[in-house]
Design a protein around this ligand. Structure first.
Ligand SMILES: [Zn+2]
Length: 576
C-alpha cells in the first residue's frame, strides 16, 4: 500500500550499482553493497576509477537517504497509521545505526586512498574537507553517549508535549494557547499568558536536570574527541570552517549596536498604539491597532494558486519548478487530523525532487511558510544535475538564505492574496518579525557560548548569565512580578536542548536574504539570476563563495548590518 501523497516518480539517473529491486529496509541486502564498495576502493587502478567509485558510493547513500525520507514523509502525513510508524522506526532503529559505521569506514578508505591526491582540484576541495572532519571526530566511545544525548532530548520533548492548562473549563495544549495572545482584550491575554507561564514553571526543576545531564554528556563527547571544550568541538562538528566563535561574539555586539535601537523604537510605537504605560510580556503578539487577523485564503487550493502567481511574476524557471511540484503531487499542505505538526521541506535524494509538508489553516503565517519551504525546494531542484550527493546539499547557513530570500521576494507580490492596505500590513509584520528575531537569536547563541566555556558552572550562575543577556537584548518589556518566568525563558527554546549552537545560522542567513532583497530592489531580474546561481552551486564550494555567487557577502559586522537596517526602516516608512 502506498502511504505517500505522491505516486511513482520519474527516474532522474538510472541505478548502475544498487539493484533496481533492492529492499532498503532489509539490512541483508544493504550490507553486501558496502562490502562491494570496500572491495572496489582497493581495486581502483586510476583516478577515473576513483571518481566512478565516489559516484557509486553517492548512489548507495542517496538510495538509503530517499528510503528513510519516504518513510518519514509517510509517517508525518498520517501519524495515526501504525504501518507507517512501524516502517519508519524500523529504518531508524535497524538500518541507520548499522549504516553509520560502514559510512565511516568508507570515508576512512577514501582519505587514505593513494589516488586521492590526483583528483582534480578545486573540485574535491570541499568534499575532502568535510570527509576529513567526519573521520577526525568519530569516536566509537561517543556512539553510546550520542544515543544517551538523543534520549535526553526526547525526554525534553515529551515533557514539553505533555504540558496542558485548564482554560475556561477546557484542557488546552500550550500551542493552542498561543492564539489568545493575539486577542484585543488585554485582561484575556494576561490570563492566558500567566496560565502558560505558571505551567512551564512547574517543570522548571526537571528542565534544569535534563539540561545538566546534556551539558555533562556534551563535555565528555568533546573531551573524548580531543577538544578543550564543547564549543570548539561543536564548531568543528557543524563544519564551521569559515567563521569562528569570536566572529559570533562580534555578531552579538553588532546586533546590540545596530538592531537594539530599532527594536526599542518598535516597542515604543507599539506602546503608544496600544495606549499602555508599559509593555507587558502579553502585549507583544497582538496587532497594535486591534485589527482582526489577516485571512489570505479559505482553501489550500487558493493558497497554491496564489503562490503559483507569485512565482509567475518573479521568475519563469521558479514558476515551472513550483508547477512541476504540483503536477507530481509533491505537496501535502492542508492541516488535517492525524498529521504531524509544523512544516518542512524534504529532498528525495535519489529522485532529486523536493517535497513540502505543512499545516495550512488560512493565516498569513501559512503564506510565509509556503514561500519559505518553496525556497528550499528550488534549492534542491537547482542542484539536480550534480552527481555527487554531498554537493547536492548546501551548508545550513546558505540553505536558509534560499528560503528566507523567497519570503522577502515573494512578499513583494502579496496583492495576489490581499487588497493593497492588507498586503502592506503583512509586509510590515514580516519585517518587524525579522528585526525582533535578531536580538533573540543573539540571546540564545551568546547563552550557549557562555555555557560551554564555563565548565562546572552552577545553576545559579547559569541563570545569572541568562538574565544578563535578557537585560542586554530584551528591550523595553516590563516583567515585574514575573522575574522567575523571565529567568527561565530559555527552557522553551528547543534548540538549546536538542541542537546545541544551531541557531546563529538563521541570523547569518537572514543577513544574506536581506542583501538579496536589497539587490532585487535595484534590479530584480539580475537579483533572481544571482540567487539561482548561488543555489545551483549546492554544497560544492565554501560558504563565502556561495554567498558571493548569489551576489551577497558572508559578513556579520556592524558595518554590514547597518545598510540593511536602513533599508528595512525606509521600507517601513513606505508601508505606513
Ligand atoms: Zn528553513
Amino acid at each position: 500500500m502506498n502511504l505517500l501523497p505522491f505516486g511513482r516518480l520519474p527516474v532522474y539517473s538510472p541505478r548502475r550499482f544498487v539493484p533496481v529491486d533492492a529492499d532498503l529496509g532489509n539490512w541483508d541486502q544493504i550490507d553486501p553493497l558496502f562490502d562491494r564498495l570496500e572491495l572496489e576502493a582497493a581495486r581502483c587502478g586510476g583516478v577515473g576509477d576513483l571518481e566512478k567509485w565516489l559516484l557509486d558510493w553517492s548512489e548507495v547513500s542517496a538510495a538509503l537517504e530517499e528510503d528513510g525520507a519516504r518513510r518519514y514523509i509517510a509517517m508525518t502525513c498520517q501519524t495515526d497509521n501504525a504501518d507507517a510508524e512501524r516502517a519508519y522506526l524500523q529504518f531508524v532503529e535497524q538500518i541507520e545505526p548499522r549504516v553509520k559505521p560502514r559510512q565511516f569506514k568508507l570515508a576512512q578508505l577514501y582519505l587514505e586512498h593513494p589516488l586521492r591526491s590526483q583528483l582534480p582540484q578545486p573540485r574535491y576541495e570541499v568534499f575532502n574537507r568535510n570527509t576529513r572532519v567526519q573521520v577526525e571526530l568519530f569516536r566509537q566511545e561517543n556512539v553510546p553517549l550520542e544515543t544517551e544525548q538523543a534520549k535526553k532530548g526526547q525526554e525534553y520533548q515529551k515533557l514539553c508535549g505533555a504540558m496542558t492548562v485548564q482554560f475556561r473549563g477546557e484542557e488546552k495544549t500550550l500551542a493552542q494557547m498561543a492564539r489568545y495572545l493575539e486577542e484585543p482584550d488585554r485582561a484575556l491575554r494576561q490570563e492566558a499568558w500567566e496560565l502558560v507561564a505558571r505551567r512551564r514553571l512547574q517543570d522548571a526543576e526537571k528542565m534544569e536536570e535534563i539540561f545538566d545531564a546534556l551539558v555533562a554528556l556534551r563535555e565528555t563527547i568533546a573531551k573524548n574527541a580531543g577538544f578543550k571544550n564543547y564549543l570548539e568541538y561543536a564548531f568543528r562538528a557543524r563544519g564551521r570552517f569559515d567563521y569562528s566563535p569570536s566572529d559570533c561574539l562580534r555578531f552579538h555586539d553588532a546586533v546590540e549596536k545596530e538592531i537594539m535601537p530599532v527594536l526599542r523604537d518598535l516597542q515604543a510605537e507599539r506602546r503608544s498604539q496600544l495606549n499602555v504605560v508599559t509593555l507587558r510580556p502579553w502585549d507583544l503578539a497582538v496587532d497594535p491597532l486591534n485589527r482582526p487577523p489577516l485571512r489570505p485564503f479559505e482553501r489550500v487550493e487558493q493558497m497554491v494558486a496564489g503562490t503559483q502567481k507569485i512565482f509567475d511574476s518573479l521568475n519563469g524557471e521558479l514558476a515551472r519548478n513550483f508547477q512541476q511540484m504540483q503536477d507530481l503531487r509533491l505537496l501535502d499542505l492542508a492541516n488535517r487530523k492525524g498529521k504531524a505538526p509544523g512544516g518542512y521541506q524534504s529532498t528525495l535524494a535519489e529522485s532529486r525532487l523536493p517535497f513540502i509538508f505543512m499545516n495550512a489553516v488560512g493565516v498569513q503565517r501559512d503564506v510565509e511558510t509556503i514561500l519559505h519551504e518553496a525556497g528550499h525546494a528550488f534549492h534542491a531542484l537547482a542542484t539536480r544535475s550534480e552527481d555527487l550527493l554531498a554537493y547536492r546539499e548546501a551548508p545550513i547557513e546558505f540553505c536558509e538564505v534560499a528560503s528566507m530570500s523567497m519570503e522577502l521576494l515573494g512578499n513583494e507580490y502579496l496583492e495576489t492574496f490581499y487588497p493593497v492596505p492588507e498586503a502592506n500590513r503583512a509586509r510590515r509584520d514580516h519585517l518587524e518579525g525579522i528585526i525582533e528575531f535578531f536580538p533573540w537569536m543573539a540571546t540564545v547563541d551568546a547563552f550557549q557560548h557562555w555555557i560551554y566555556t564555563h565548565s562546572g558552572h552552577t545553576r545559579a550562575e547559569r541563570t545569572a548569565a541568562w538574565v544578563a543577556l535578557m537585560d542586554r537584548f530584551g528591550g523595553d518589556v516590563d516583567w515585574s512580578g514575573f522575574e522567575g518566568v523571565r529567568s527561565n525563558l530559555w527552557h522553551r527554546q528547543l534548540h538549546i536542548f536538542l541542537h546545541p549552537f544551531y541557531y546563529v545560522e538563521y541570523g547569518i542567513a537572514q543577513l544574506g536574504a536581506l542583501q538579496i532583497w536589497a539587490n532585487s530592489k535595484a534590479n530584480q531580474a539580475k537579483a533572481m539570476q544571482d540567487y539561482k546561481r548561488g543555489l545551483a552551486l549546492g554544497g560544492s564550494r565554501p560558504l563565502p563563495e556561495l554567498f558571493a555567487a548569489a551576489n551577497c557577502r558572508l559578513d556579520f559586522s556592524a558595518g554590514a548590518i547597518r545598510p540593511l537596517v536602513d533599508l528595512v526602516r525606509a521600507e517601513w516608512a513606505k508601508l505606513n
